[in-house]
Design a protein around this ligand. Structure first.
Ligand SMILES: [Cu+2]
Length: 155
């Protein structure tokens, strides 16, 4: 009886280990570089978040949504130029193609953090959760900094 239970335990723990491995492996397929939030005045109605999302896997991945506590909601946006006008257009998802990357930067793809309870100050770390297709998610710390591209090279 004891033997049966212990072998059952081994099978059970093996399956947990296998599951944990495949999960972390999938998450490793996504790497986020240099997440940052553009410093905004204390009364700003929204903040822009930027980063580089790399997909190291063999299949395309979609960024479906983003969450952060202390904001009404986060939206996926893309800035486009139409008839000489700059327009932010809400996106259903952001595509990160297999073995490719998506660059979120001012004037392009970005995450819009809407209605902050308290606008963060410079150098502050803001925790953002990214939700991807295939049940993947990633939590990252974005640093609030001025819109100085010199500071935002990959490192
Ligand atoms: Cu926007």
């Amino acid at each position: 009886m004891n033997k049966m239970i212990s072998s059952l335990m081994i099978v059970l723990s093996l399956s947990i280990i296998t599951q944990a491995c495949s999960m972390s492996h999938d998450t490793d397929n996504i790497t986020v570089y240099n997440p940052w939030i553009r410093l905004a005045p204390p009364n700003a109605p929204a903040l822009g978040a930027f980063m580089e999302i790399h997909n190291n896997s063999n299949h395309d991945i979609k960024l479906l949504s983003a969450n952060a506590s202390g904001y009404k909601r986060l939206e996926l946006h893309k800035t486009e130029y139409k008839n000489g006008m700059m327009k932010m257009i809400k996106q259903d998802f952001m595509p990160i193609l297999a073995h490719n990357k998506l660059v979120l930067k001012p004037g392009s793809w970005h995450i819009m953090m809407i209605n902050p309870e308290l606008v963060p100050s410079e150098e502050e770390d803001v925790i953002i959760e990214l939700v991807f297709s295939n049940d993947l998610s990633k939590t990252l710390h974005a640093k609030v900094s001025k819109d100085n591209m010199m500071n935002h090279h990959e490192y």
